[in-house]
Ligand binder design. Structure first.
Ligand code: URA
Length: 435
């Protein structure tokens, strides 16, 4: 078998066999297949698609490309949460502490930013001293002690996904249902948790644009989980405007802390409580989602969630004082305000463009090896439905490279659409798919 033959077969639209999929996944993981051939196959998959069987086989090959973690020494049901990626989606760092504060064990591996979307690991690295890479024993000890640890995907867990994820990011091959499903589930299955709550983002700021596509992805994710004996719940949630107000690593950490102090934006608070409710249900700490939601709300109001975040930060070498003093987070040297031209109501904020503006300001990578500016990003002063006066600030763009900020500000301005009357709010949660 040669990689040329595999690429050609998929380019012609034929289904790949298990052997061919394993040949590609193992060869690429071991550096025997170069980036240019892997890119060609990804593009052929993007245009030709994978069948359900091929997707299951790809997931399994990627899961087996490294270690499958054994978390059995940590007590209780281990629950993981994953988002398919959005703009301003900082829910992991709110939801995981809330669920852990309610008795659920959260042993989580997170990813970095991908395309216009941010990643939890990059966000966590904005916290001074915070380590996102822990040795296996240290990770397990923290999970046992604090019931929570959030680390980056180690080189041993689904290494095929780690390499392919970075390659897809720079070859415009991210937004394919089968590639997303196999990427998400290979690493979730390999990371050893017992149950998964998956947030499938849907809309302009997500890889899945329509509710129908997102539901299809949610169903596929739940089915892959079930086929592997894991309780899996997928929520399809709205990503037609950025989640919360802040987009960019340190800026989002500040919003996480505000939210855990009950001072966060309404959408992020509601979505976080909803996801935490499902994690608490999946972890067996509640009999129903309503009970889980209620427990999460209590943990938010009592400050138990914030205490858990502090414990997590401290346990991973970070400075928990950031939770009381956000000036300890990286801050940008420059900012540019984006102002409204006319009176009206914010009708739409193109989430994808806000993600791109934040990336352009320095918060995201444009090539695999780019170093990101942790302080960069965009803070919205207006959300959809808000009244706006001409000259008022719609958003502020932050960063350390002044030359990038004017372009980021232009993209931000073009992302705001104003109308003379307020529009009806779209639902935040479109669907819940239970395994
Ligand atoms: N999240 C993932 O983990 N993988 C993808 O491919 C897209 C979003």
């Amino acid at each position: 078998m040669t990689m040329y033959d595999v690429i050609l077969k998929k380019r012609e639209g034929a289904a790949l066999s298990k052997d061919e999929i394993e040949y590609f996944v193992n060869g690429y993981t071991e550096d025997a297949i170069p980036d240019y051939q892997a890119s060609a196959l990804l593009m052929a998959i993007f245009f030709r698609g994978l069948s359900r069987d091929e997707t299951f086989m790809l997931t399994e090959a990627m899961m087996r490309s490294g270690d499958v973690a054994d978390l059995s020494s940590a007590p209780g049901v281990k629950v993981d949460k994953h988002s398919t990626g959005g703009v301003g989606d900082k829910t992991t760092l709110i939801v995981a502490p809330l669920a852990a504060a309610c008795g659920v064990t959260v042993a989580k591996m997170s990813g970095r930013g991908l395309g216009f979307t941010g990643g939890t690991v990059d966000k966590m690295e904005a916290i001074p001293g915070m380590r996102t890479s822990l040795e296996k024993d240290e990770f397990t000890a923290l999970v046992n002690r604090a019931k929570i640890s959030v680390i980056g995907q180690t080189g041993h867990i689904a290494p095929a996904d780690k390499k392919l994820y970075a390659l897809r990011d720079v070859t415009a091959t991210v937004d394919n249902l089968s590639l997303i499903a196999s990427s998400v589930m290979s690493k979730k299955l390999a990371s050893g948790s017992d149950a998964f709550v998956l947030d499938v983002k849907c809309g302009d700021g997500a890889f899945m644009r329509t509710v129908r596509e997102a539901e299809e992805l949610g169903r596929l994710l739940v089915d892959i989980g079930a086929a592997n004996g894991k309780k899996t719940i997928a929520l399809v949630t709205n990503m037609n405007q950025p989640l919360g107000k802040s987009v960019g690593n340190a800026l989002e950490i500040a919003e996480v802390i505000e939210t855990l102090k009950c001072e966060g934006p309404e959408d992020i608070t509601k979505l976080s409580l909803t996801l935490a409710g499902y994690m608490i249900l999946a972890g067996g700490a509640a009999e129903s989602w309503d009970e889980g939601y209620e427990k999460a709300s209590r943990a938010l109001r009592s400050g138990a969630g914030l205490d858990k975040l502090r414990e997590l930060i401290k346990g991973q070498g970070g400075d928990p004082a950031v939770t009381d003093d956000s000036t300890l987070l990286p801050s940008a040297a420059f900012s540019v305000a984006v102002r409204a031209d006319a009176d009206g109501y914010t009708d739409r904020i193109a989430a994808r463009d806000i993600g791109l503006a934040s990336q352009r300001a320095g918060a995201g990578r444009e090539t695999k090896n780019d170093v990101i500016d942790l302080s960069a990003g965009v803070v919205l002063r207006k959300k959809v439905g808000d009244a706006v006066k001409a000259g008022e600030t719609l958003a502020v763009v932050y960063g350390n490279d002044k030359s990038k900020l004017d372009e980021a500000a232009e993209i931000t301005k073009a992302a705001f659409f104003t109308e003379s009357a307020p529009r009806e709010q779209e639902p935040l949660i479109h669907a819940v798919i239970m395994g």
